[in-house]
Ligand binder design. Structure first.
Ligand code: 3EB
Length: 338
């Protein structure tokens, strides 16, 4: 099989003059949300699962994915302060002069379904970008309930993709951000998107082992997923946002029903992406990773293989979640600092 490579989007062509920002600091911590929010340089505090703190503040977000292990940390994003917070209807965000953390949560019932809710969310995101001093999307996370429910083109993920494509319109076509789309299991039919945006544009990076997602053939749904495999942040020291990465080679899923083999394929994809971005793949303490797992039975094999390969240095959060193709059992995303 031949894979399409997009050299024009490869980060090697990036001019160094675009690398103007200080990198964000992102890490997992066992700190209380309340104490983090007293710091003026905290851009975001993200908690996971039903037990996460529910704090009504644009800097705080609760994601409905359940952590695999008890006493899960929160994810903290820090920038040079002071951070200010804002709201406009269902859009809430925090930001300084360089970065913004934003979110939109829309009840599907208010719009007549998952596609229409996704379309509205992305239209709102588009207008947010047009009026923002930090208009360049680097990274988006998308969460929706029951992502694999429905057959063929009626599958909720495919409907989400159609709505997202309609909402994005042509605004992001040449610079899709890095992204993740994962299914929660909390029964709340709410489309939740959150994002990181910056004052300067990043450089999208594609993976030579994978066809670009926006060029997926028709068999995966009426609208291809609009995201880049990775995004080199416009930072003075190298920072790479890595999209949800799974056992997809070319455009096909590999190793159905074999989580260990899917994990190995996923790691090969991550190595390949980081090589394309000229990052030495190391997964060290300077980086931050999430692993989304479909089946409880795969927790031990995934944890132990990752620890065996990368050691306890690796900053890792395991979450229960459904990957957007029903045959995929594991997906990994993260941020790599070079
Ligand atoms: C894949 O490679 C796996 O729809 O935004 C990964 C990351 C995946 C993001 C998205 C989907 C998305 O196609 C699925």
């Amino acid at each position: 099989m031949e894979y399409v490579v997009q050299p024009e989007l490869n980060v090697r062509n990036a001019g160094s003059s675009t690398y103007v920002l200080e990198p964000m600091r992102m890490y997992y911590a066992q700190t209380s949300v309340e104490s983090l929010l007293t710091d003026s340089d905290v851009l975001a505090v993200i908690g996971f699962g039903a037990n996460a703190a529910r704090v009504d503040d644009p800097r705080c977000l609760r994601v409905g994915l359940e952590p695999v292990f008890k006493n899960a940390p929160v994810e903290v994003w820090r920038v040079r302060g002071p951070v200010r917070t804002h709201r406009d209807g269902p859009v809430a965000w925090s930001g300084n002069q360089d970065y913004a953390f934003g979110r939109i949560e829309l009840a599907e019932a208010d719009f007549g379904g998952v596609a229409a809710a996704a379309q509205h969310a992305y239209e709102m995101l588009k207008s947010w970008c047009r009026s923002s001093a930090t208009p360049h999307l680097l990274r988006i996370w998308n969460y929706l309930d029951a992502i694999n429910l429905g057959h063929g083109d009626d599958e909720r993920y495919r409907q989400f993709c159609s709505g997202r494509a309609a909402g994005m319109g042509s605004d992001f076509v040449s610079t899709y951000p890095a992204a993740t789309a994962i299914g929660v299991r909390d029964g709340r039919r709410v489309v939740q998107i959150y994002w990181l945006a910056a004052r300067a544009p990043g450089k999208p990076v594609e993976n030579p082992r994978q066809i670009s997602a926006w060029r997926y053939p028709r068999c995966y749904g009426p609208a291809a997923p609009g995201f880049a495999r990775g995004m080199r942040a416009p930072t003075s020291s190298p920072q790479l946002f890595v999209s949800g990465t799974a056992a997809v080679v070319g455009h096909a899923s590999h190793h159905a029903n074999d989580c260990a083999a899917q994990l190995a394929e996923t790691l090969a994809n991550l190595d390949s992406l980081m090589a394309a971005a000229q990052f030495a793949a190391q997964f060290g303490s300077e980086s931050l990773w999430k692993v989304y797992l479909r089946r409880d039975a795969d927790v031990r094999i995934v944890e132990s293989s990752l620890r065996a390969r990368f050691g306890d240095e690796m900053s890792l959060l395991l979450l229960h979640g459904d990957i957007c193709r029903a045959e995929l059992l594991v997906e990994i995303d993260g941020v790599q600092n070079g």
